[in-house]
Design a protein around this ligand. Structure first.
Ligand SMILES: [Zn+2]
Length: 227
């Protein structure tokens, strides 16, 4: 095997993701020890916020695991993890409110979320098949069609991660506005909750940056092989 200098881009991407992930974990740990003065659990805050904006058909459920919280648009269920559902910290309430932000995006037909949901099937194919296509293309005597399909599939993954950014930032900004309006968190608690949500959003930025670097690598490796 020859040394592939473009691999440095993959390593840079991996380091960015590790830093972002370490940052969200430490920020979450820090503020999961700060109890909110309202004493509401994540689940209670979620239900209260949903009702506050007039949403009554979204169920709030418990899901096992750590940071597995998500809103499922297909079944209209908001699932909160162990460290959020029954926890009363400013971190837990922030995450619960963020997931409510997704439920509100869904209810209001927020366009970036619709685009994101619509391209999920293509992205699933893209993330599974892009590398096998490229490798097969290389094995079959540098077959340009296969390699180009592989790169195109990978581009779909990058597009997905870019569309995810406005969806995530918007959910957090809705969350913080609602937490303040509804009086669930007070001024100082708002700032702490904001730090948790910002750290979480940065993991999506890191993932997008890392995929862009990988795409750049693919283009450097295969882009100019026209001979
Ligand atoms: Zn989110």
């Amino acid at each position: 095997m020859f040394f592939d200098p473009t691999y440095i881009l993959v390593i840079i991407g991996a380091v960015i993701c590790m830093v972002a992930s370490g940052n969200v974990n430490s920020t979450y740990n820090k503020y999961s020890r700060v109890q909110s003065s309202a004493g509401m659990t994540g689940a209670m805050a979620a239900t209260r916020l949903l009702n506050y904006v007039g949403i009554y058909d979204v169920r709030v459920e418990h899901i096992s695991g750590n940071l597995t919280d998500h809103y499922d648009p297909s079944s209209k269920v908001l699932r909160l993890s162990d460290s959020v559902y029954n926890a009363t910290s400013v971190a837990a309430i922030g995450v619960a409110a963020h997931e409510c932000g997704h439920a509100i995006q869904h209810a209001k037909g927020y366009v970036p979320l619709q685009i994101r949901t619509a391209i999920v099937p293509v992205v699933n194919i893209g993330s599974t098949l892009s590398w096998p296509m490229i490798i097969l293309g290389v094995i079959l005597g540098w077959n340009r069609t296969l390699i180009q399909i592989g790169i195109l599939l990978f581009t779909a993954v990058v597009v997905f991660q870019l569309v995810t950014l406005p969806v995530e930032f918007n959910a957090s900004s809705r969350a913080l506005t609602l937490l303040e309006e509804s009086g669930i968190l007070y001024h100082e608690e708002m700032k702490q909750s904001r730090k948790v949500l910002t750290a979480a959003a940065l993991t999506y930025v890191a993932a997008a940056a890392s995929s862009i670097l990988q795409l750049l690598r693919l283009l450097l490796l295969f882009g100019r092989r026209d001979d």
